[in-house]
Ligand binder design. Structure first.
Ligand SMILES: C[S@@+](CC[C@H](N)C(=O)[O-])C[C@H]1O[C@@H](n2cnc3c(N)ncnc32)[C@H](O)[C@@H]1O
Length: 259
């Protein structure tokens, strides 16, 4: 994203008077710049066939190309999934590895993914079709939106069973750390969403980001670190593989929402 585009988002957000943007909208919006891009043929075919069933058309705050969900929009999980079931929210589902593995392993849960990278969602749809006889998994929906903002407004507080944040963009350069997704605001939003006893599962291959996660999430009084064991449902993704090959250690963290 160029500085000029950032400036447009900044003006747009302020013009909307969004209540939860906070003092640094530019830094936040820079963490999701890859919405477009071409997809390989098989992913595009999966998108063309299955996106209508899986990718929700939600009202966007600044027109079709925005990634900001209209702050007035409330998603009704019972209505969009057609049933009542424990809800898992994955933030930044990427190419869908954990989403598809999780949804296939837990058919009794609903899975809502927030992802702004459309080619990744195309890939996720192709993976879904591969494990389900060419069909979409009925317990998965995707919203193409900035999770940091949408999670503040779109869902009812205290209603989510689990939030997954696996390998969020690391932004390794010090001057880009402010673009990282996991910060005190995001942590507060996740704590609001989880039901008592619900879990926030995180993973990263960057030690300094792991420390930030521990410090920031550890400072949230409604969340308690429960486990650092690898979450068994989390498959190895390209990001984990890349980190391991570069000699980086993988950190898993699971926090539980206190009463
Ligand atoms: C490094 S990838 C990891 C993908 C996946 N979780 C995995 O482990 O393979 C991070 C993903 O988060 C998405 N992302 C980053 N910021 C986001 C935001 N604010 N809202 C929604 N998705 C976001 C990116 O588009 C990208 O696909």
């Amino acid at each position: 994203m160029t500085g000029e585009e950032g400036a447009i988002s900044l003006r747009g957000h302020y013009a909307l008077g969004h209540p939860v943007i906070g003092p640094r909208p530019l830094a936040r919006t820079r963490s999701f710049t890859r919405r477009g891009g071409r997809m390989p043929h098989t992913h595009q075919r999966a998108w063309d066939r299955l996106a209508d069933q899986v990718v929700l058309q939600v009202p966007l705050a600044a027109g079709d190309t925005s990634t900001v969900v209209d702050p007035g929009y409330r998603l009704d999980p019972e209505q969009v999934f057609g049933r009542r079931a424990p809800l898992v929210v994955e933030v930044g589902s990427g190419a869908g590895d954990a989403l598809v593995a999780g949804a296939a392993a837990r058919p009794d849960h609903n899975f809502l993914a927030l992802e702004v990278w459309r080619p990744g969602t195309g890939h996720a749809l192709a993976k879904m079709a591969a494990v389900n006889d060419g069909q979409a998994l009925p317990n998965v929906r995707v919203v193409e939106a900035d999770a940091a903002l949408a999670l503040r407004t779109m869902l009812e507080p205290g209603t989510v069973e689990e939030v997954w944040t696996f390998f969020p963009d690391p932004w390794p350069k010090a001057r880009h750390h402010k673009r990282r997704l996991v910060d005190p605001d995001f942590s507060d939003a996740v704590a609001d969403l989880l039901r008592p006893g619900g879990r926030w599962r995180l993973a990263t291959d960057w030690d300094d980001y792991a420390k930030v996660m521990r410090d920031v999430v550890g400072a949230e009084p409604r969340l308690r670190l429960e486990s650092t064991a690898r979450f068994p449902l989390r498959p190895v993704t390209r990001f984990e593989r890349r980190g391991t090959e570069a000699g980086r250690r993988i950190t898993d963290l699971a926090y539980v929402r206190l009463d």
